[in-house]
Design a binder for this molecule. Structure first.
Ligand code: CA
Length: 147
């Protein structure tokens, strides 16, 4: 994904399995990059050739190099580098497993719904990536009737 303009908001994306996850090259200023999962891109996770940005609450993990052109922000401002624990990345199911460290690890960026239309947030805070983990309680008062 290439960032095209200043003051852009690049939030809650899954950038997975590409050559390059996210790039900022044309001197764009004040770009907010938050709540993204930038994972398993063969060459680079995030590259900045020119411009300014705020890297907040991203998980940038297992890329050829996680960051290029900026100091590695892992461990600061909510940025992680950890397996996000997708439900099934081989089938491109990028919903998070219940034990994912990316659940409730994001910040409010003003979105009302996730990519699937679920209200945000579920739980204590916004999740990283495109899908908010949604707990579905098991059915209650189930009666099993034997034939
Ligand atoms: Ca959540």
């Amino acid at each position: 994904m290439w960032i095209g303009g200043s003051n852009a908001k690049i939030c809650n994306n899954v950038l997975f399995g590409n050559d390059l996850g996210l790039a900022q090259h044309q001197g764009q200023q004040n770009v907010l990059i938050a709540n993204n999962l930038i994972v398993s891109n063969t060459r680079l996770g995030f590259h900045c050739g020119a411009g300014t940005q705020r890297l907040l609450h991203n998980d940038c993990h297992a890329n050829g190099a996680n960051y290029s052109g900026v100091p590695d922000p892992t461990g600061k401002d909510g940025n992680l580098s950890t397996p996000p624990l997708f439900r099934d990345q081989a089938l491109f199911d990028f919903r998070l497993l219940p034990e994912s460290p990316c659940r409730d690890a994001g910040m409010n960026v003003g979105y009302a719904e996730d990519f699937a239309g679920n209200a945000l947030p579920q739980g204590a805070a916004i999740d990283l990536g495109a899908y908010e983990y949604k707990f579905i309680s098991p059915p209650q008062n189930v009666r099993i009737i034997k034939p």
